[in-house]
Design a protein around this ligand. Structure first.
Ligand code: FES
Ligand code: FES
Length: 149
């Protein structure tokens, strides 16, 4: 099957029921999206499908064909980081960073739809992403900073 990943058509030979996360990491070497819980509960594997944050660990790859898939590797453009990536760096919104790719993808999706979200809207949009290190106040700060930029 052919997948459109980060603007590039990629051909893979896999069963359509294989999770998209497995295909991204093991077949396409896009290891930015992380495996956390593997059951749709933590958000570490979040990618964008047609601009919607999607948990790739529970998304069969067969459901992602003919759609635009963006991973954390696809956010940077022409050597310039996405404003959400810049804001996470500026605010030190990481400890172990395992949650960061998924957090950044969810935040990027939110700001694309709403570039001036309230704190409540940010918390609601980020509700499916868990940070085991508890960096939530910094993540909130980063998203507010990205919205300003
Ligand atoms: S690894 Fe996909 S939601 Fe946890
Ligand atoms: S920074 Fe460690 S899980 Fe979020």
């Amino acid at each position: 099957m052919v997948l459109n990943v980060n603007g590039v058509k990629r051909e893979v030979t896999v069963d359509p029921d294989v999770p998209l996360l497995t295909v991204l990491r093991d077949h396409l070497d896009l290891t930015g999206s992380k495996y956390g819980c593997g059951e749709g509960a933590c958000g570490a594997c979040t990618v964008l499908i047609n601009d919607n944050p999607t948990k790739s660990c529970i998304t069969p790859v067969g459901n992602a064909t003919n759609k635009e898939i963006i991973t954390i590797e696809g956010l940077e453009k022409n050597g310039k980081l996405h404003p959400v990536q810049e804001a996470f760096l500026k605010t030190d919104a990481f400890q172990c960073s395992y949650c960061a790719p998924g957090m950044i993808m969810s935040a990027a999706a939110l700001l694309k739809k709403n570039n001036d979200p309230t704190e409540e809207a940010i918390i609601k949009a980020m509700n499916g992403n868990i940070c085991r290190c508890g960096t939530y106040p910094y993540i909130l700060k980063a998203i507010k900073l990205a919205a300003k930029s």
